[in-house]
Design a protein around this ligand. Structure first.
Ligand code: SAM
Length: 271
């Protein structure tokens, strides 16, 4: 079940029903869930409240699966927002699905979707990339892989690393792409900064940023490269790279879809 990312009243009525009715409550952070239940006047009434995250180990997961198999209803909440979205829950959901046990979701707040809604960037296709790696070399190659993606990019970031992330985005994606920084969504100091990546990077570099952050970037501009341009670039790249690496490299440098670059690279490698 999803829980608020800021404003406590963003809880859904169905989530409240689930919290009130579940036999067992399971939470990434039991204190946070207890607090949320207190705010909404839902008593624990002696029901078990169990801590679970993806590193809880197989024993804890087996315990939860056994409770489900006994016919108990379990409600799982991560610390905030939607479980599994840069939060624990995936291993559990997969195990429940594989065991063929009944499962449903009570959807609700999610910072990525909230930010996309406010961004003013195209929402027809988006790629949620989670947190970029903290180490600079890994972050740069991560951003390089995203450079040619034909979708609005959505990333989570800590306020400490925001300036570094934006600076690397300017290098990997160019200074002119439209970008948006959403801060403290649904909270008192909610703020949305919009502008070309270069301007946002300069703005953030000169400020002390606090709070929770989502960064969004517009898709790569449609490439003017023709099929012949792509083939020529691939022929050169294939002299030193594998088909996969050449396709990634050319899709990034020419701003073309990786799928198309891969198809042409495969054809060229067979010739
Ligand atoms: N599961 C959550 C969701 O559905 O959005 C995300 C959990 S992740 C551990 C926490 C990150 O989400 C934060 O570091 C920030 O990037 C983003 N986030 C969560 N709440 C936010 C908010 N109120 N405003 C902006 N970003 C937020």
């Amino acid at each position: 079940m999803s829980t608020p990312i800021g404003a406590a009243r963003d809880i859904t009525l169905r989530a409240l029903d689930v919290l009130a009715g579940a036999d067992v409550l399971v939470a990434e952070d039991t204190r946070t869930l207890r607090h949320l239940m207190e705010i909404h006047g839902i008593a624990l009434s002696g029901r078990p409240l169990i801590a679970y995250h993806d590193h809880s180990g197989p024993g804890q997961m087996q315990r939860l699966l056994a409770l489900l198999a006994e016919g108990k209803s379990l409600a799982y909440a991560s610390e905030a927002g939607t479980p599994l979205i840069s939060d624990p829950g995936f291993e559990l959901a997969r195990a429940v699905a594989e065991a063929g046990l009944p499962m449903t979701a009570a959807p609700g707040p999610c910072a990525a979707i909230c930010a996309l809604t406010l961004s003013g960037l195209p929402s027809d296709r988006f790629l949620f990339a989670g947190f970029a790696p903290a180490a600079q070399a890994a972050r740069r190659s991560f951003l390089g892989e995203l450079a040619g993606v034909q979708a609005t990019l959505i990333l989570y970031e800590s306020p400490k690393r925001l300036a570094d992330l934006l600076a690397d985005m300017v290098t990997a994606l160019g200074p002119t792409r439209r970008a948006v920084v959403c801060r403290e969504l649904t909270k008192r100091y909610e703020e949305v900064l919009r502008g070309p990546l270069g301007d946002l990077a300069a703005d953030v570099a000169g400020r002390q940023i606090r709070g929770e952050i989502v960064v969004l970037v517009d898709r790569a501009p449609a490439s003017a490269a023709t099929e012949e341009d792509i083939a020529a670039a691939l022929d050169e790249a294939l002299q030193t790279m594998s088909v996969k690496d050449a396709a990634i490299f050319v899709s990034q440098t020419l701003g073309v879809s990786r799928k198309i670059a891969y198809r042409i690279a495969l054809d060229r490698s067979k010739e």
